[in-house]
Ligand binder design. Structure first.
Ligand code: FES
Length: 354
């Protein structure tokens, strides 16, 4: 799938109009839709414009959008979405759509594409020198049982060989395309076995089986009465369960006299502080309430986590007590001094800085 864009401006015609017949058809077709739904006719009108012009032009898209009272962008979205609409000029005598999906590819679609490349143009969506032929690879066209196949305009040509496709292209180029029989090109009818019929050989047996089927259908046509058919229980709740039983009223209609109420007389257990203190702190919300040691005035040296790592400070003063008490520096293997990373004595204190 490639990006689908409108053809270049230089190949776009300046205007578009339906022929008289097509215009009458279009006006009638639009009336098939309910009031307010006329825009649904955009696909058949675009297809009719393509059949008239050979491809869908920008002028045709805008003309049809005007006819249906819809914004140009809405009609443009439709035309560019569906690959059935050709957005560039195609061959005037044939546009060959080669199915390239798996069944056809397994049966030789690659060889058919080579024929198109050699007889029409190396690249798809390009016209041949005379402008009469073009080709493209498309997704499954629904005739997989007779793969490989191509579609030209509205007809399919199936059970193809490269040689047969080359002949067909020549006939179309000569303007004699209507003479090519559509469908299988190897002589078989429909999709029966190629050489001979291998199924449904006994015609009488087929007739008998068909009659038997009709008889059974007629017997079944005696429609059961409504009384014969129990109502379906599908998707209905199981009302035998107490929770879904509609017979169970909630809240209970039974009222209890205030004097008989006992719930309000229940006494809550007394608060036991000792037992509560022993409780695992995790039960009461983690360790956030645990007590931490608090430095008191006059205490000996205390490590202050708020200050520089490794510095010993007084409990009353958040600054180093004695430079001599700082840990010894140790040379690193590279010879650099590590540790003792606190500020030099006398340097301005930057509390909280690490
Ligand atoms: S895969 Fe070719 S018609 Fe379906």
């Amino acid at each position: 799938m490639s990006v689908r864009r409108l053809a270049a401006a230089e190949v776009q015609p300046t205007g578009f109009a339906f022929s008289n017949d097509n215009a009458a058809w279009a006006q009638d077709f639009i009336t098939h839709y309910p009031d307010g739904r006329q825009q649904s006719a955009v696909i058949p009108l675009l297809m009719r414009a393509q059949e008239q012009e050979g491809w869908v032009t920008k002028a045709a898209i805008e003309t049809i959008a005007d006819m249906l009272g819809m914004p140009y962008i809405r009609a443009l979205e439709v035309a560019t979405f569906y690959t059935q609409f050709q957005l560039k000029p195609v061959g005037t005598k044939a546009h060959v759509q080669v199915c390239g999906t798996t069944p056809c590819m397994l049966r030789g679609a690659g060889d058919l594409i080579e024929v198109c490349k050699s007889k029409i143009h190396h690249d798809q969506f390009h016209l041949n020198d005379d402008g009469t032929l073009s080709w493209e690879e498309v997704e499954c066209l629904g005739a997989c049982v007779n793969a490989p196949m191509v579609m030209i305009f509205k007809d399919t040509y199936e059970d193809l060989t490269p040689e047969r496709l080359a002949e067909i292209i020549d006939v179309f180029e000569a303007g004699q395309g209507a003479q090519v029989p559509v469908g299988p090109q190897n002589g078989r009818w429909g999709s029966i076995a190629k050489d001979k019929q291998t199924a449904l050989l006994d015609e009488q047996a087929v007739v008998d089986a068909n009659n038997d089927r009709k008889a059974k259908a007629a017997a079944a046509a005696v429609a059961p009465t409504e009384a014969d058919t129990p109502p379906s229980q599908a998707a209905k709740p199981d009302t035998s369960a107490i929770e879904t039983n509609a017979a169970v009223k909630s809240p209970s209609p039974e009222k209890v006299a205030p004097g008989q109420e006992t719930g309000s007389k229940d006494v809550a257990p007394a608060y036991d502080k000792k037992a509560a203190d022993k409780a695992d702190p995790r039960v009461e919300g983690g360790d956030k309430d645990r007590e931490r040691p608090t430095a008191q005035p006059g205490d000996a040296d205390v490590k202050s986590p708020e200050l520089h790592k490794g510095a010993t400070v007084s409990a009353n003063e958040k600054k180093p007590l004695d430079e001599n008490k700082r840990p010894e520096s140790a040379p690193s293997p590279e010879g650099k001094t590590v540790g003792n990373t606190g500020p030099e004595a006398g340097a301005p204190e930057t509390e909280g800085e690490e």
